[in-house]
Design a protein around this ligand. Structure first.
Ligand code: NAP
Length: 315
């Protein structure tokens, strides 16, 4: 049954008050849902720090946002390539030096539907490495700052978590034996969700206060498929985007902005559009399949992620 917490229209930016004094750090905010999230937050006078892989695209995005909201709009970027852990560490260090308070870290950046097996700089399958391992290290390095700020972490997932093998393929994390674009993307998004739900448990056990929310943008017209997808997927998504089953990138940003700002949300949940197939429609609490928080798998994934990345969380 559709969530009615925010009325028939669901959560919209009209629910936001003045965000002056609040700081949001967003990964992959030069395009798509991340850019739109930055726009919405800036429109309410928040400060936004983008962590993006392209300096050129970031400069263009900052200029565009300042054109829309005025030169005084507090938006900046730090270069970070999630597919190269050394740059994630450098970017996190730069955030710790320059950003005294983080009200929310929004883990939005991703690649999807990569047609052939590729690897990140550190040798991980490209989607798992970028979407999961990169954010795993980033969140770990920024956690204490977020805790001091009484802030939150928002993980942007995908309904794609339901399309793959619905668990983690621990014996072949890089898909050396059976690479296929969709299952590999699905596993990377499921891994991000499992990381978030396991982090909730660890935060509670350590008596810390950071809240961790999981959401997805539904089906939104962004550059996701054109950036990393193969030709057939690009054509299929283009045709689909002409139908009412694909919404605007701006609407796709609502769930992540809601999770970054709204009080009274549930943590063990998945927020996103609640209309047709949960791809479009009013934003609220959607369906969450229990295999996304299978405790044994979450714990194993956490340990494996620490081992693979060489990053050990402090709690
Ligand atoms: N659009 C949908 O229908 C849909 C559906 C389900 C889930 N999602 C999720 O929604 C989130 C936002 O995606 P989107 O649809 O807005 O896609 P998008 O338009 O392609 O935006 C993705 C952003 O991530 C950045 N990025 C990609 N690889 C990166 C890396 N290695 N390091 C740092 N940044 C990187 C991109 O930078 P560049 O501009 O340099 O490429 C871009 O800024 C993702 O987590 C995605 O999985 C989207």
């Amino acid at each position: 049954m559709a969530d009615t917490q925010f009325g028939p229209k669901g959560w919209t930016p009209d629910c936001l008050g003045d965000l002056k004094g609040k700081t949001y750090v967003i990964t992959g905010a030069n395009a798509g849902a991340g850019y739109q999230a930055a726009r919405i937050l800036l429109s309410k006078k928040a400060s936004v720090v983008m962590l993006n892989r392209s300096a050129q695209k970031s400069t263009a995005a900052v200029n565009e946002l300042k054109q829309e909201f005025g030169a005084e709009a507090d938006v900046s970027f730090i270069r970070m390539d999630l597919a190269e852990l050394a740059t994630v560490r450098e970017a996190a260090a730069a955030v710790l030096n320059n950003v005294p308070k983080i009200d929310a870290l929004i883990c939005n950046a991703a690649i999807a539907q990569v047609p052939t097996q590729k690897f990140t700089k550190d040798g991980f399958e490209s989607q798992l490495g970028t979407n999961h391992y990169g954010h795993f290290v980033l969140c770990g390095m920024l956690f204490d700052r977020i805790e001091e700020s009484a802030g939150r972490i928002v993980v942007v997932a995908s309904l794609g978590y339901k399309l793959g093998i619905k668990t983690i393929q621990f014996d072949d994390m890089n898909w050396d034996k059976n690479y296929s674009a969709n299952p590999a993307y699905s596993q990377s998004k499921l891994a991000q969700m499992m990381f978030a739900y396991e982090l909730q448990d660890r935060v509670e056990a350590a008596n810390k206060t950071v809240e961790v929310f999981v959401c997805h943008p539904g089906s939104s017209a962004t550059s996701l498929i054109s950036t990393s997808g193969g030709l057939a997927t690009r054509i299929a998504f283009y045709l689909m985007s002409l139908s009412p089953m694909v919404q605007s990138a701006e609407k796709g940003a609502f769930p992540e902005v809601m999770c970054a700002t709204e009080d009274g949300l549930d943590q063990r949940a998945l927020y996103g559009p609640t209309g047709r197939m949960e791809w479009v429609g009013p934003v609220g609490k959607g369906t969450l399949e229990p295999y996304a928080y299978d405790k044994a798998v979450m714990v194993k994934l956490w340990d494996r992620s620490e081992k693979e990345t060489g990053f050990k969380w402090s709690f």
